[in-house]
Design a protein around this ligand. Structure first.
Ligand code: ADP
Length: 423
């Protein structure tokens, strides 16, 4: 059977978030890490290709996304979904705009939408402005993000700075009037020379109306929130059977660890919760890393005996003033890469020590860890919290992985993650 939905995610936690949503909504989904070189598993309705293109140089992000698109076209996908973060994480140069531009060009399409809204996780868009919980994006913790600080909440402006196309808005009054009104507005905008429309959405109902209006668009760009509606579309037109796509994940047994490279507010609170519950913790000091100290070896030597008694947490997570001090010393990108590489080597070491159940907090961090572990694909299991499912790696020696986008999850996320495995 033909695969219907081909998805390109700009980071690894985003990819599992999307794949989890698709599975919950009834699509048999595989998540591949990077552009696959192996044939597809049979019987899938959706493929999610996880790239690490959010923060790579623009040319690399574009080239990787086109390679992923070509694979998905070859696999027979009929609609394409470019997935980015619900907080629209990007820099003024990209990569959401340039990747969208190139995907449109490759698909020969003149119009698409941009809709990162995820109301269930309190990301809403009104009059083109993105809100995180009750505040504008620019007033949220995202303004301090180590790699993609977001200081402008007006998504039309943000995307216009990145894209060569003209960016417009479909505002909430239109969205609230329903699918046909949205479709009419899409046509009007195109007639007015607008090629990409940011779309307001403040509720799941809005997302369903928007997805209905997108049924014929070859390319959708969005957060994971819109995915449920897209699945409903396919079911509505009878191409997707009514089915549950949930599969029992193979059980892994072994040691447990958490790696935290996210400095997001949610992760800081979750880390404190885990430490307060008695999880032994080890701080990776970036200053020592930069000095060339044997931080990775020290962390693993610390972890080895403690792993016998239960999960440990190894973290670089620090408050924004501390991160900034380190970035001022080293430069933002070098600082980020240095920490990511260290955490990735620690993940390798932990697996050698017998860890088979690993939670990773942070999108870039997850990318670095999954690459270091040479994982080619993931099977998607139950959600721990919205947007974060447990997964199991494909191939020999499976590892259970929960890849958590920094800002996702309730304060007791780590505790919940282990509880779910204990069930
Ligand atoms: P999130 O999902 O919260 O965005 P990411 O892992 O994507 O988390 O990004 C966090 C970035 O911050 C990574 O590049 C990580 O290496 C970097 N980082 C983590 N801790 C520190 C620190 N103490 N100082 C500087 N950079 C850090």
């Amino acid at each position: 059977m033909t695969v219907m939905l081909g998805c390109i995610a700009d980071d690894f936690t985003g990819a599992t978030d999307l794949a989890g949503m698709l599975v919950e909504a009834g699509m048999r989904t595989v998540q591949m890490i990077g552009v696959p070189t192996t044939p597809l598993p049979d019987d899938v309705d959706a493929i999610v290709i996880a790239l690490k293109s959010r923060t790579s140089p623009v040319e690399t992000a574009v080239a990787d996304s086109v390679a992923a698109l070509n694979y998905l076209r070859e696999a027979g996908c009929s609609q394409f979904y470019f997935k980015y973060c619900s907080t629209f994480d990007s820099t003024d140069k990209g990569n959401i705009g340039p990747v969208t531009d190139m995907l449109m060009e490759e698909l020969g399409t003149k119009f698409t939408i941009a809709c990162p809204a995820f109301p269930e996780n309190k990301r809403t868009i009104y009059k083109g402005h993105l809100f995180v919980e009750d505040v504008l994006l620019s007033e949220s913790g995202m303004r301090y993000h180590p790699l993609t600080p977001m200081s402008d909440s007006n998504l039309v402006q943000v995307l216009q700075r990145q894209s060569k196309h003209t960016v417009g808005l479909i505002d909430w009054n239109i969205v609230n009037a329903g699918g046909q009104a949205i479709r009419d507005r899409m046509q009007r905008l195109q007639a007015d020379g607008i090629n990409i429309a940011v779309v307001d959405a403040i509720s799941n109902k809005d997302l369903l109306e928007i997805s209905e209006a997108c049924v014929d668009l070859p390319l959708i760009t969005a957060g994971s929130g819109l995915a449920t509606g897209i699945t409903k579309n396919l079911r509505g037109v009878g191409v997707l059977p009514h089915q549950s796509a949930k599969q029992d994940l193979p059980l892994t047994t072994g040691k447990r660890a958490i790696i935290c490279g996210s400095c997001s507010q949610a992760t800081q609170a979750q880390l404190n919760d885990a430490l307060a519950r008695g999880t032994p913790g080890y701080f990776i000091d970036p200053v020592l890393l930069a000095d060339g100290s044997a931080v990775v070896e020290d962390a693993l030597a610390w972890a080895a005996p403690r792993l016998l008694d239960g999960p440990v947490v190894i973290y670089a997570t620090a408050p924004s003033n501390r991160v900034k001090r380190f970035q001022d010393q080293l430069g933002r990108e070098r600082a980020g890469a240095l920490v990511e590489q260290a955490l990735a080597r620690i993940a390798q070491g932990l697996v050698k020590l017998g860890v088979t159940q690993l939670v990773v907090a942070g999108g870039e961090t997850s990318g670095a860890v999954v690459s270091a572990l040479a994982i080619k694909g993931l099977r998607i299991g139950p959600q721990i919290d919205p947007g974060v499912p447990w997964t199991v790696s494909l191939g020999d020696n499976p590892i259970s992985l929960a890849l958590k986008s920094g800002n996702f999850g309730s304060v007791d996320f780590f505790y919940k993650a282990w509880s779910l495995l204990n069930e």
